[in-house]
Ligand binder design. Structure first.
Ligand code: 13P
Length: 235
């Protein structure tokens, strides 16, 4: 069971250090724990969590090792900071920054090549779910990853229905289970659930047979709430 906190564009370096020092002291149950701060706060998080089991991951990575790509950050750069992995293909990157299934695959391939663990995000929008397209969307998104990535040992998928992200509308455990089973039938890797995970719903989601953890946004920004989610998912 893995619980990862995606901080999105929250927490400056000093806040990140403070949060991580508090997290070291918290009771996190028995799950594997990862935090994903913004780029500028990665170093502080790595330093504050040194000699612990808590991993630090980025929120995105470029596919080239270096080059004329203004504003981008590469896998070797992240490795040198002591970062353990990265999120790729979050729906906010797909929605607002032109991320496609093709660029997702390129980013995952580069990350894996350089020894980063990857949390690759997939999920349908509300319109797609209402149009009965959920299965087709997941087949396309996960199929692209399956067809493009040979080494999946360090890869997990996060199923994050876009309609559940930041809305308080969590997928029911049944909806999550059905989607996770579909994802695993396409690509046999662990699958995290993301979308309004909170201390109150973490246990029932984690209890589903094909839910292997959680990718938590808003509720990961507070130490007590994040630690409670970790304990609730410790089954
Ligand atoms: P919320 O937990 O804030 O809904 O965000 C989910 C998410 O996008 C995690 O990557």
């Amino acid at each position: 069971m893995l619980v990862a906190g995606n901080w999105k564009m929250y927490k400056r370096p000093a806040e990140a250090g403070e949060f991580c020092r508090a997290l070291r002291e918290a009771d996190l149950g028995t799950v594997d724990v990862v935090v994903c701060p913004p780029y500028v706060s990665l170093s502080e998080a790595v330093a504050a969590l040194a000699m612990t089991e808590i991993g630090v991951a980025a929120q995105n990575v470029h596919w080239a090792d270096e080059g004329a790509f203004t504003g981008e950050v590469s896998a070797p750069m992240l490795r040198e900071l002591g970062v353990y992995g990265t999120i790729v293909g979050h729906s906010e990157r797909r929605q607002y920054f032109g991320e496609t299934d093709e660029t997702v695959v390129q980013r995952i391939a580069a990350a894996v090549k350089h020894g980063l663990h990857v949390i690759a995000c997939v999920g349908e929008t509300e319109a797609e779910r209402e149009a009965g397209e959920t299965e087709a969307v997941l087949r396309r998104q996960v199929g692209a990853i399956r067809d493009g990535i040979v080494d999946v040992d360090d890869l997990v998928i996060a199923y994050e229905p876009v309609w559940a992200i930041g809305t308080g509308k969590t997928a029911t455990p049944e909806i999550a289970q059905e989607a996770h089973a579909l994802v695993k039938s396409i690509l046999a890797v662990p699958v995290l659930y993301g979308g309004s995970v909170k201390p109150e719903n973490a246990a029932e989601l984690a209890a589903q047979p094909d839910v292997d953890g959680a990718l938590v946004g808003g509720a990961s920004l507070d130490v007590e709430s994040f630690a409670t989610i970790c304990r609730e998912a410790s089954i």
